[in-house]
Write a protein that binds this ligand. Structure first.
Ligand code: CMP
Length: 140
């Protein structure tokens, strides 16, 4: 296993309920380090660009509207096998299918308002980290 970085977003449903710290504790307890973090509000243009891969999906419009509905916390998480590790910590996309102890089981509301986003591959992680952060802002 190699030390990797992955992009995480704590989504508007979770920032609204003030559980950023509780979610961060699950990342840290799971062996990930938060090596960059910022709270921001995405513009519609930014949200559309970030989720462009889903542009043809029926939920795209709703997803973009949701992602601009409140603040998000963008983060870079670092650790052994960080992409896969973070996906295990997050749990299944749909909180109804997420295992006990995962972020989405504890904090997700439904398949859209599912508390967190995490990169799905090291290649996408590099692209998604660059979307939010410069090299100067990521401090391992
Ligand atoms: P995320 O991991 O950020 O990737 C795409 C997002 O689309 C997903 O989490 C959900 O927030 C949202 N979404 C909404 N509806 C669906 C759906 N039916 N299947 C998958 N993702 C969905």
């Amino acid at each position: 296993m190699a030390v990797e970085r992955t992009l995480s977003i704590i989504k508007p449903d979770a920032t609204a309920r003030n559980v950023t710290g509780k979610i961060n504790a699950l990342f840290e307890d799971g062996g990930l380090r938060i090596v960059a973090q910022k709270r921001l509000r995405l513009t519609e243009e930014q949200a559309k660009k970030f989720y462009a891969v889903h542009a043809e999906r029926p939920f795209y419009g709703e997803l973009v509207a949701y992602m601009v509905s409140g603040p998000v916390v963008a983060q870079v998480l670092e650790g052994e096998d960080a992409v896969t590790r973070n996906r295990a910590i997050m749990g299944a996309t749909n909180p109804a299918n997420a295992a006990d102890g995962t972020v989405r089981k504890a904090f997700g509301l439904n398949v859209q308002e599912n508390a967190v986003h995490g990169s799905d591959s090291p290649e996408n992680a590099a692209i998604e980290i660059r979307f939010f952060f410069s090299d100067l802002e990521v401090v391992g």
